[in-house]
Design a protein around this ligand. Structure first.
Ligand code: C2E
Ligand code: MG
Ligand code: MG
Ligand code: MG
Length: 283
């Protein structure tokens, strides 16, 4: 009301700002403790091949079980982890957890790769590939059980040594995918020369294809480009059967999204998708 206008509002605003800054400092402190306290966990989301009729791979997605704030999604802490450099330690934890899990899956006959998201800051570490190799060795992980996901913007700016390291990994059987494709306004001619096996079509490109001719036109042009280059692809962000039908006509066959399954904990994942075909995954 009127009494609280003018100076009062300014004070309110700065109190609010101070509160938010304090919240950030607190989150940062908690983040430092989270690894020791073992508060991170992975969820897995299936990627379903509708031609092969089965789940072919899983994307590992990190979550933070915060003691007071509940389950936090990566969008609320990965950026902070990057700014503070904690992403390196967290990334190491993720690499080891994924290598361990992939190794167990291989031993128990779960014929599905696991994809790991690699952030810019992690990839910039000079010893990133050493740490990946160490994690694979420690857990005796078959290379063909793993896939690295690097975003389009990251891919377009690869340094020479990173490029070579990715080529080397692919020779050994690790697959490399370009994540969030279609969001980076990249030099598309460059796509030809990247050390990649797969393209992940970003969900923003498929969101409106069932309701907009323009969205459908853009999506089908991107899909055509990727197919024309002979690259495999997976479409993410599938939320309806209609999207799948339209994308199948465009020539896509591998899908990931809430319509098929939300990301789930490993035990649930194995129970549902350990050995299973696409028809069951849709049920
Ligand atoms: P991303 O790699 O593009 O992962 C896909 C995101 O889309 C996930 O969000 C997933 O839960 C969500 N998603 C899947 N299907 C659907 C759908 O049908 N509709 C909608 N609206 N969303 C869907 P999440 O888990 O919140 O992860 C967000 C981002 O955080 C990821 O984007 C990735 O860039 C980053 N991230 C996640 N896990 C890790 C990790 O272990 N390491 C690093 N460095 N980054 C990670
Ligand atoms: Mg990803
Ligand atoms: Mg993505
Ligand atoms: Mg993303």
């Amino acid at each position: 009301d009127a009494k609280h206008s003018g100076r009062g509002q300014v004070r309110l605003y700065s109190e609010d700002l101070a509160l938010r800054l304090a919240g950030r400092a607190e989150l940062e402190r908690d983040l430092r403790l989270a690894l020791e306290r073992d508060e991170f966990l992975l969820e897995f989301q299936p990627q379903v091949d509708f031609v092969a009729g089965r789940v072919v791979s899983a994307e590992a997605l990190v979550r933070w079980e915060h003691p007071r704030r509940g389950l936090l999604m990566p969008d609320s802490f990965v950026a902070l982890a990057e700014e503070t450099g904690l992403i390196v330690e967290l990334g190491d934890w993720i690499l080891n957890r994924v290598c361990h899990t992939a190794s167990r899956w291989a031993r128990s006959g779960v014929d599905q790769r696991i994809s790991i998201n690699i952030s810019r800051r992690e990839l910039a570490q000079p010893d990133f590939f050493d740490r990946l190799n160490r994690a694979m060795q420690r857990h005796a992980t078959p290379p063909e059980m793993l896939e690295l996901e690097l975003t389009e913007t990251l891919m377009m700016k690869l340094r020479g040594d990173t490029y070579k390291a990715l080529v080397g990994l692919r020779t050994r059987g690790v697959r490399v995918a370009i994540d969030d494709f279609g969001t980076g306004f990249s030099n598309l001619a460059q796509l030809r020369d990247l050390p990649i096996d797969r393209v992940k079509i970003d969900r923003s490109l498929v969101r409106d294809i069932a309701i907009s001719v323009e969205a459908r036109t853009i999506c089908s042009a991107i899909v055509g480009l990727v197919r024309g280059l002979g690259l495999a692809m997976v479409v993410e962000g599938i939320e309806s059967e209609e999207q799948i039908e339209l994308l199948r006509v465009m020539g896509c066959s591998v899908f990931q999204g809430f319509h098929l399954s939300r990301p789930v904990r490993e035990a649930v994942y194995l129970e549902r998708f350990g050995v299973m075909d696409a028809a069951e995954a849709r049920a």
